[in-house]
Design a protein around this ligand. Structure first.
Ligand code: ATP
Length: 329
């Protein structure tokens, strides 16, 4: 549905210097999936959004959305192609002087959709986002979460095949975030729309993404389905999505060491209970741990403590069971 091939974006600064904001980005997002793009500040996320929506043309490379090569279109065709992309931002940026229904109708009016049809679509969209009874409310009468729902309804009104969400929950509290992410997933399930979420919050990726890419200094340095990314315990995304449990200073008994265990249970691989009993049989204690279900995989990180002289035996047993286990340095 979305593919970027060797996309570069170089900005020229007034003094003659250049900034390489995107440096050969390759990315594939499959139709109907929810793909997260994460990266620290300055990694190039906003530039990527602008290139995806063709608000800016890449300096080099190809951007394809819904079968169209966006880098190759005339201004008129580009305007039409951009209708395939609905945008949701951190703040809904609703028009304060217009009602909820009028806000949702706005992009339809711009696109020249006849009034009667607009009315039906707006009603359907407000129903979809759970605000069927708030069409005549003004933005100031809605909570932040409700305003974001209107933003999502507005983004979907013109039936885009892609919903591009740029930090959609960064301004929301955890409970509202959970609800909005649930709505985005629901919308994907019901409309089959492809979703790209730009975020700096790993919790967003954990909650709804099927696949994820890590952008760093203008390059995609890690990318893939969530299950695959977290299974690679050496990857940065794996560490950030399921962090290693911390053990507070002073909690480790004299002569004991910590063994870090990483496991991903798929059919045919050891499940958490098996690993725990194996560790317990050999006298290891669990000092900390967490388990997450990501996609179809159950991913666990455990910190075991054990007297140093017994560590080799536990390490061998765990590794024979197919689990990653290392003594913490
Ligand atoms: N219009 C521009 N002119 C010059 N440099 C730019 C421009 N837009 C972005 N940059 C530079 O490109 C790099 C990537 O910026 P970008 O805004 O895409 O990062 P980001 O990952 O979105 O960061 P943040 O999370 O802080 O928004 C930065 O070094 C930035 O200074």
């Amino acid at each position: 549905m979305i593919s970027l091939r060797d996309v570069h974006k170089v900005y020229k600064l007034p003094g003659g210097n250049t900034v390489r904001a995107l440096d050969g980005v390759n990315l594939d997002v499959h139709a109907g999936s929810i793909h997260g793009i994460v990266g620290t500040s300055g990694a190039g996320k906003s530039t990527l959004v602008r290139c995806l929506t063709s608000l800016e043309r890449p300096t080099f490379g190809e951007v394809r959305v819904a079968g169209k090569n966006m880098t190759d279109l005339s201004a008129r065709d580009l305007r039409e192609a951009r209708r395939a992309i609905g945008m949701v931002f951190q703040h809904a940026n609703l028009l304060d002087s217009r009602t909820t229904a009028q806000n949702v109708a706005y992009p339809l009016a711009l696109a020249g959709v006849p009034k009667g049809q607009r009315h039906d679509t707006v009603a359907r969209m407000l129903d979809l986002v759970g605000l069927a009874d708030r069409g005549s409310s003004y933005p100031s009468q809605l909570s932040g979460g409700q305003q974001q729902r209107v933003g999502i309804a507005r983004a979907l009104a013109d039936q885009p095949s892609v919903l591009l969400c740029d930090e959609p929950t960064s301004a929301l509290d955890p409970e509202t975030t959970r609800q909005i992410l649930g709505l985005i997933r629901d919308v994907r399930d019901r409309l089959g729309v492809t979703v790209v979420i730009i975020t700096h919050e790993m919790s967003v990726v954990r909650q709804i993404c099927d696949s994820v890419s890590l952008l760093q200094a203008g390059r995609v340095v890690e990318s893939g389905p969530i299950e695959r990314v977290v299974s690679d315990v050496d990857s940065r995304l794996s560490h950030e999505l399921v962090p290693t449990p911390e053990i507070p200073d002073g909690e480790l008994a004299d002569g004991a060491v910590v063994i870090d265990v990483a496991l991903t249970s798929h059919p045919g691989q050891p499940a958490a209970a098996q690993v725990l009993s194996l560790a317990a049989e050999r006298g290891a204690d669990v000092a900390g741990g967490l388990f997450e279900t990501l996609g179809t995989a159950q991913v666990g990180r455990l910190a075991l403590t054990i007297p140093a002289d017994q560590a080799p035996g536990v390490l061998t047993a765990l590794r024979e069971a197919g689990v990653t286990a290392e003594v913490r340095a």
